[in-house]
Write a protein that binds this ligand. Structure first.
Ligand SMILES: [Ca+2]
Ligand SMILES: [Ca+2]
Length: 237
């Protein structure tokens, strides 16, 4: 009887060891994986990485541009366009696993094109309170000039005659869009009242630096100065 008890105890003990052994084997192998968003726009471009790895507790990111992170789900800003291979190594009790994905970042534009100018607001009287023309409304047109005064676009022949405020907005399309390069140079948009016998009345003007609008490279930009407001239709390249 005593021998049988010992045998039973021994077999129970071996069962315990076997269970413990199974638990040791249950450490699961990590699987590195991630998704990302915010790419495919011009640099500087901030990409958000969302870590969906399993069985891992620590992470190493290599963003492909000589920078790294150990955060779980980092954000990273790429300062230049390019195709980057992003590597994520996920480490857990069961070991390490690495995966990599390709992230595209567009090159930052170096040229801005002005495709159209829309006059949204203007003063209908001059500084002395008089109208721009003595008997009827102003005959408005724009010119775009560089800082040296060279006329780059002239809408004199496309003027809108005898306008009142309800005629606004007025749009001028620029058939050959005005290229502005580099982006930190100024283009000046002047608004005139056409006069046949006198010099044209200058109603106002607004300077435009493309570099002021490079956040997001919008396809329209509003510029305003002393009551004259234009909306510029832009294209970046
Ligand atoms: Ca006039
Ligand atoms: Ca007139």
């Amino acid at each position: 009887m005593k021998n049988i008890n010992i045998l039973l105890f021994a077999s129970m003990l071996s069962l315990c060891f076997a269970t413990a052994c199974k638990k040791e084997k249950a450490k699961l192998q990590p699987v590195a994986d991630f998704i990302y968003s915010g790419n495919n726009i011009p640099a500087p471009c901030t990409v958000t990485f969302n870590n969906i790895s399993t069985n891992a507790s620590s992470y190493t990111w290599d963003f492909g541009d000589n920078s790294t992170s150990s955060q779980k789900s980092p954000q990273h800003t790429y300062s230049m366009g390019g195709v980057y291979t992003v590597k994520l190594t996920a480490t857990g009790e069961g070991g390490s696993n690495t995966t990599s994905k390709t992230v595209n970042i567009q090159n930052a534009p170096t040229k801005c094109f002005i495709k159209s100018v829309t006059l949204n607001a203007m003063p209908f009287t001059d500084g002395a309170g008089a109208g721009w023309d003595p008997f009827d409304g102003p005959d408005v047109f724009i010119q775009i000039k560089n800082d040296a005064g060279t006329i780059l676009f002239d809408a004199t022949s496309a003027r809108k005659e005898n306008i009142v405020s309800t005629n606004l907005p007025i749009k001028w399309n620029i058939t050959t869009p005005i290229e502005v390069t580099p982006l930190n140079v100024r283009r000046n948009i002047y608004l005139y009242d056409f006069d046949s016998f006198d010099p044209n009345d200058l109603i106002g003007g607004v300077g435009f630096f493309p570099s002021s609008f490079t956040a997001g490279y919008p396809n329209s930009a509003m510029v305003t100065y002393q009551g004259v407001t234009f909306v510029l239709e832009l294209q970046w390249q």
